[in-house]
Design a protein around this ligand. Structure first.
Ligand code: 5GP
Length: 129
């Protein structure tokens, strides 16, 4: 079971943003920018391009809804999207609110994001989806 499957199962806490029968969205614990969200399929698959065509399409549509919530909830010009997947072997899309290019620098992380602010952001995004 991957760490992300444990999050879906509620065995590991997270700042949940959205969920449907096939996908789940929650804040990245080490955000590169406030509102940095991960979108994952409930079915475990390591590499995103090993998902079926249908799953990948549905995941993008789900990510689009979440990105809409991020854009309404937080001040940004656009919501950027990235796929890395080198750390956690469970397919995921990173969604990051952007004001400028540097907001999606994965070498930069917000230091010790407070639980209060993370909770507030997750609730705000969820309310706007
Ligand atoms: P990647 O696999 O795309 O290189 O990076 C995995 C991402 O998942 C990282 O941005 C990391 O901060 C995030 N991450 C890893 N473990 C956890 C966790 O237990 N909870 C949450 N919310 N995010 C995690």
């Amino acid at each position: 079971m991957t760490i992300f499957s444990k999050i879906i199962a509620g065995e590991i806490p997270c700042y949940k943003v959205a969920e449907n029968d096939k996908f789940f969205a929650f804040l990245d614990i080490n955000p590169v920018n406030w509102g940095h969200t991960l979108v994952i399929p409930k079915r475990e698959e390591d590499y995103i391009f090993d998902l079926t065509d249908e799953e990948l399409g549905e995941m993008m549509v789900f990510a689009k809804k979440v990105a809409g919530g991020i854009k309404k909830a937080l001040p940004c010009r656009k919501v950027g999207m990235a796929v890395l997947g080198l750390e956690v072997p469970h397919a995921h899309i990173h969604l990051v609110p952007l004001k400028n290019e540097g907001d999606m620098d994965f070498k930069h992380k917000i230091e010790n994001p407070s639980p209060e602010k993370m909770t507030e952001i997750a609730e705000k995004i969820a309310a706007n989806i």
